[in-house]
Structure formats: C-alpha cells, structure tokens
Ligand binder design. Structure first.
Ligand code: F6P
Length: 388
C-alpha cells in the first residue's frame, strides 16, 4: 500500500480487493455505530469493518458510542486493530447502543407534565462529524437506525447500512444476523419448558420477542415442536386454541406447549403493550400476551396453565457460528460499498448472497411473514395449531 498517512497515522490509499475491479472513492476516516436493540453478531461486524478498513484501505476508523447518541453528545473514540481483536464471539456491542436517539426527533427534556420535549438536533450531529473529520458513517442497525441514517443522508452525510435484528423483519433482507442465535436460544428455552410442562400435564404458554413479525416465534416453535404457534400475522381464535388443547388431552397428551409472539393478538382484539417509552422514536414495547392467553385458557377450559416470557435472554449471549459468518459477510460488503462509493445503501442478504438496496427503502419498514410462507405450510402439515 502507498499513499499519505491518515490522521491516526495510517496510509490513506486503496488496494485491489478480491476479484472486483475497485474504483475507490477517497475516504480517509469513517465512523461506525450500532443503533437500536442489540443482537448477537454486532461485534463481528465492527471487527470486519475495522480490520478491512485498516488492512485493505489504510484508513482510520472511529467508534461512535451508543448509536446516534454518541454523535449527538460527541462520544467518539478511535478503533484500532487491537481494539477489535477477540470480539468476534462476544455478544452485545463493544460500542454500546441506544434505541432512543434519532437526531431528527430527539428528546431534549420534559415539560412540567412529564411530556417529552422533542427537537431536531441534526446540527449537533453534523458538528461532531465535522469535528472528527468523518467522511462516511457505517450504521449497523434496524429500521429505526436506517431511518436516522436516512436523515443524515438528506443532510449530505454519506452512509452505508448493515442490517441487524433478532426480529428478522428488515425489509429487502431475507436473513439478519442475530436471528439464528435468537432462534437457537428460544428453542432451547422452549425445550426446557416442554419437559416440565409434560411432567406436570400443564398447558405452557411461552412468549417470544419479534415485535410485529412472527419469524422468531414460528422458527423457534417449529424447531422445538411447539403444539401451538401464534404469530402476529395471523390473529388467533381463543376457542380454536382451547379446543386444540382439549383434543390433545382427550388423545392422552395432557400437556400442550404454546409458543406465542409478543405481537400476537386474539381475533378482533388488541396487541398487549408492556410499556410506552415516551422519549423513544418508537415508543411502544409489546409484552404480556402470554399471561393474558394463559388466563383466558384457564378461565375457558379450567386446565392448569402457566406463562413464561423469555424476554431479553433472546437477545443476549454469543452469536452462533452461522451468525458470526453472516455478520462478517455483511460487514465486509459494507466496507467494500464504502470504498467503492456505493453509498447510502444497506448491505442485505438476498437469494443466498450479499446484495444492496437504498437505505431509504428499508427505513421505517417492517418485513412480516406472508401467510403463504413455506414454514406456515409445514406447520400446518405437522398438525400444529396456528390459532385459526
Ligand atoms: O427489536 C428487537 C426487540 O428485542 C424486539 O423483539 C422487542 O420487541 C424489543 O426489541 C424490545 O425492546 P427493549 O429492549 O427496548 O425492551
């Protein structure tokens, strides 16, 4: 590699990279941030972005703390090669994250009635970017982070996105890293609840995350042989669920394992909201459908029923090997896109390979299960009750 030294003492030039004909854009320093809820695999992305930027492009990388909050509050630190060694297998994110920091609608305080005072603080972000001489941002996040990145793009800041979420609900991305790990974790939990439920002849209702999408619940439910799987895309009929439990009991199977998505709701009813986070751009947090469903079943058919909410255990821990590789592939594609000037796009996984789509096309969107999804057909073929 040849070229001038970057501000942190590295050369700022580009190299031939793989089989692609590189037409590199002049980059000297990039910022990396992780926004939204964390998920296993974020560190694998930070690692490959940083290592490839240093080794292949000879440019500097700055780590931005807690997503866009770090840009609003000017919390930025250099990421050197050694800073990203030994993080591949570690859950969470070494940069920290925040799901309350969209610069375009940032909570700056509260009025006397406790209502959030929201302001556009994009200028503060632009000042931080300028102060640290960042040429481009790598934004690792879900639809909310992509929405914030889109706001930056509109103000002239080049961004490249990397999708992450255990919900697997990012538009135009067939698989997000973190999802497979969450499915593994949730399946192991379901397996454990299965054995205690079977021993006590109980109906066990287990609530999984996923917001408005049923991917996590459907795949985990299938992986652990749940008898009933209830997803947001298919509102359930309580009578159908109760009759199914009774039919199982009549056939000698006195326990029933029910996997219910946090976003599921009874036909004609509402989702259960756990809390409203007033200073978050996406204030609604779902949760509590398991207790409601368990109570409804007990009232209806007088069978002993227990509810468990798996909660944040699904987001924690080390990524499974598959997610380490997927995260590394997507992070690698992102740094290539940065180098090639393929800016303002997000690296996605489609048709078994990496691809890219405009960040504007994934911002504030959710990819839900289609009712003709093969996994739904498989569940039906197995005799699984989907609540309809
Ligand atoms: O988007 C990831 C996710 O874990 C959802 O499945 C869940 O609804 C939400 O985040 C929980 O958010 P929080 O960590 O703010 O409670």
């Amino acid at each position: 590699m040849t070229g001038p030294m970057g501000p942190l003492g590295r050369r700022t030039t580009h190299v031939e990279w793989g089989q692609r004909s590189m037409k590199p854009k002049a980059l000297r320093r990039i910022g990396v941030l992780t926004g939204g809820g964390d998920c296993p695999g974020l560190n694998a992305v930070i690692r490959v972005v940083t290592k490839a930027a240093i080794l292949k492009l000879g440019i500097d990388v700055l780590g931005i703390e807690e997503g866009f909050l770090g840009l609003i509050e000017d919390r930025v630190r250099p990421l050197r090669y050694d800073d990203v060694s030994n993080i591949l297998t570690v859950g969470g994110t070494i940069l920290g994250t925040s799901n309350r920091a969209d610069p375009a609608r940032f909570c700056t305080g509260y009025d006397p009635d406790g209502r959030p005072v929201v302001a556009d603080v994009t200028d503060r972000v632009l000042a931080t970017i300028e102060r640290h001489h960042m040429d481009l941002l790598i934004c690792i996040g879900g639809d909310g982070t992509m929405s914030a990145a889109n706001g930056m793009i509109r103000r002239g800041v080049p961004c490249v996105g990397v999708p992450k979420t255990i919900d697997n609900d990012l538009m135009h991305c067939e698989l997000t890293f973190g999802f497979t790990t969450a499915v593994q974790t949730a399946s192991e939990c379901l397996d454990k609840i299965h054995t205690t439920g079977a021993s006590h002849h109980r109906i066990m209702v287990v609530e999984l995350m996923g917001r408005n999408a049923g991917w996590l619940t459907l795949q985990s439910g299938l992986a652990s042989g749940a008898d009933v799987i209830l997803i947001p895309e298919l509102p359930y009929d309580l009578d159908a669920v109760c009759e199914f439990c009774l039919r199982r009991a009549a056939a000698g199977r006195r326990f029933t394992l029910i996997a219910v998505a946090e976003g599921a709701r009874p036909r004609g009813g509402q989702q259960v909201i756990d809390r409203i986070i007033v200073d978050s751009p996406e204030p609604v947090r779902l949760g509590g459908i398991a207790q409601k469903l368990a109570a409804d079943i007990e009232n209806h058919i007088r069978r002993e029923t227990r509810a468990t909410i798996l909660g944040h255990v699904q987001r924690g821990g080390a990524p499974v090997a598959f997610d380490r590789v997927l995260a590394t592939l997507l992070g690698h594609r992102a740094i290539q896109m940065a180098a090639l000037g393929e800016w303002n796009q997000v690296a996605v996984w489609r048709a078994g390979r990496t691809d890219m789509v405009p960040i504007a096309d994934v911002a504030d969107q959710q990819r839900l299960l289609e009712l003709d999804d093969p996994l739904i057909a498989v569940a039906r073929a197995l005799g699984t009750c989907l609540g309809d």
